[in-house]
Each structure stands twice: as structure tokens, then as C-alpha cells.
Design a protein around this ligand. Structure first.
Ligand code: NAD
Length: 266
């Protein structure tokens, strides 16, 4: 989280899925620091309690823990209901929960492929459906932000489910944005590059592997969670009030065809 002094999200009610660690946890701290009420989701309530205790108090109201598995329809519907009833409203939905499974594509099991799609795609659709239903039936505006990935655009060998899921997220965002733009409901994505989070411990905590990874990134370093939270906050704020259907790549230049940094083709 970067140093925040403004309270620009005072009285805003924000649900963040997958907030027990990594980018989701940082985003919860960011929005709470800027005055919002945040509902933090993860599969297990006990893993969310330490974060709830750390969160700065919102300008009004309280924060919530809304535990549930975002790949399970009944859980998503209950989590959305608990959030909307607990807050008496919802301004911003942040679909951050995500996972990946590594495997050569010829060996991929249908169970693993379906699991990745269920969390990264179906979970987004189910959360968005409930939020849109609430906003439309109450004639409210709204804002959805999905955490995608550079692998929305860049292929990811050995991660077929992840690659397929983030590709799908890009078109889910564009389709929903077009369908709901007339109601002032905005839908955008952030697409992180390599970010220092627990899922990347294998290389971020090993100096040699860190060096090797950083060389692939035009800015020569991985990103910080706070740099993703800053982009989410921009998309959640009125500063982006005319932006919808976009994916904001926050990747230190990773999507710029880094191999062309030196001219080798002419
Ligand atoms: P992480 O593994 O640290 O956090 C993922 C969070 O999602 C955790 O809190 C986990 O408990 C939660 N989660 C997973 N499955 C869930 C489910 N079924 N229901 C509810 N919660 C669930 O990962 P992260 O790096 O913070 O990733 C967050 C998002 O950012 C993901 O969507 C990921 O694809 C995306 N992303 C991360 C990176 C990176 O380098 N870290 C890069 C690109 C995109």
C-alpha cells in the first residue's frame, strides 16, 4: 500500500474477493485507508480476521468478513447478499480471487482445468451477476473491477487453464461494459505483470531467481501489490468516470514485446 492521505472513498462500500493475502489484502488496506467500508472475502473466515483487525476504521459504518468459495454458486450468492445487506448497499465490486495450476497441456486433467475456470471465470460472472441485479433493480450506478493478468494477452505455456481464463476475463469485461454503459455501470480490468505476492515466493525470495525474472521485465523489477491497488483505486474513483470496458495493464512494460528491446529483426 502506498502512503494515502485522502479519504476519497469515504462512504463507499466495496467488496474485494480473495482478500486474505497478496493483492486483495493490499487493496483492502488501500481502500480502507482512503475511508471506504470494505467487505473482505476468502474461503475461510479465520484467515481474514487478522486483516479485519488491521484495517483502518472507515469514515462511517464498519468493515465485514464475507467468507465463501467464489467458484461455488450458493457461496457467491450468499456472500453478495451478506455484503449488500450488511452494508445496506454496494458501490464497487472487485473480483480479485484467482488461482493457477501448472501442468504440460497434454497431461492436463479436466478437474484441474475446470477448477481454474470455475474460480477465475465463473466466479467473476457469478459475482458480477449479483451486483448487476442489485444495481439494476434499485436503479443505481455501479462499478466492477476484475483482476485479470498480462496472460489475458500473453500466452502462458504449461498454464492452459490460467491463460484461457484470463483471456475470457478480457471479453467478459468488454461485454458487460457495453451492456451496462447506458446505466452508468462501469466495468474494467487491471492486468498485473509479475507482482511480489505469496504465490511468487519461489522466485521473489531467491536472489538468483529474482535476478533472472527481473531481466525479462522492461522495467527490470517485479511490481508491488500497492502498484496494483493504486490502479484499482483509479478505476474505482471518479477520476476514471468516463472509462469503461478497458484493461489497464500494470506490468512494467511486460506486454511491450520485450524481446524487441534490442533490434534483431532488421
Ligand atoms: P494469491 O494467491 O496471493 O491470492 C489469491 C487470493 O484469492 C487468496 O486470498 C486466495 O485465498 C483467494 N482465492 C483463491 N481461490 C478462491 C476461491 N475459490 N474463493 C475465494 N477466494 C479464493 O494471489 P495474488 O497474486 O494476490 O493474485 C490475486 C489476483 O491477481 C488473481 O486473480 C491473479 O490471477 C492476479 N494476478 C496476480 C499476479 C501476480 O504476479 N501475483 C499476476 C497477474 C495476475
Amino acid at each position: 500500500m502506498t502512503e494515502q492521505t485522502s479519504k476519497r472513498f469515504a462512504n463507499k462500500k466495496i467488496l474485494i474477493t480473495g482478500a486474505s493475502q497478496g493483492i486483495g489484502e493490499d487493496a483492502a488496506m488501500h481502500f480502507a485507508t482512503e475511508g471506504a467500508q470494505v467487505a473482505i472475502n476468502g474461503r475461510h473466515a479465520d484467515k481474514l480476521k487478522p486483516l479485519l483487525e488491521k484495517l483502518p476504521k472507515p469514515v462511517s459504518g464498519n468493515h465485514l468478513i464475507v467468507a465463501g468459495d467464489m467458484s461455488v454458486e450458493e457461496d457467491v450468492d450468499r456472500v453478495m447478499k451478506e455484503t449488500i445487506e450488511g452494508f445496506n448497499g454496494l458501490d464497487v465490486l472487485i473480483c480479485n480471487a484467482g488461482m493457477q495450476i501448472e501442468c504440460p497441456s497434454e497431461d492436463i486433467s479436466l478437474k484441474d482445468f475446470n477448477m481454474v475456470m470455475a474460480v477465475n471465470v465463473t466466479g467473476v460472472v457469478l459475482c458480477a451477476r449479483a451486483a448487476l441485479k442489485y444495481w439494476r433493480s434499485n436503479d443505481l450506478t455501479g462499478n466492477i473491477i476484475v483482476n485479470s493478468s498480462v496472460h489475458q494477452q500473453i500466452p502462458k505455456p504449461h498454464y492452459l487453464g490460467y491463460s484461457a481464463s484470463k483471456g475470457a476475463v478480457g471479453n467478459i469485461v468488454r461485454t458487460l461494459a457495453l451492456e451496462y454503459a447506458r446505466y452508468d455501470i462501469r466495468v474494467n480490468a487491471v492486468a498485473p505483470g509479475a507482482i511480489v505476492t505469496p504465490i511468487n515466493d519461489a522466485w521473489t525470495k531467491d536472489p538468483a531467481k529474482y535476478e533472472a525474472t527481473a531481466k525479462h521485465i522492461p522495467m527490470r523489477r517485479p511490481g508491488k501489490c500497492s502498484e496494483i491497488s493504486d490502479a484499482m483505486a483509479f478505476l474505482a474513483s471518479s477520476e476514471s468516470s468516463y472509462i469503461t470496458g478497458q484493461t489497464l495493464f500494470v506490468d512494467g512494460g511486460l506486454t511491450l514485446y520485450a524481446d524487441f528491446e534490442q533490434n534483431w529483426s532488421s
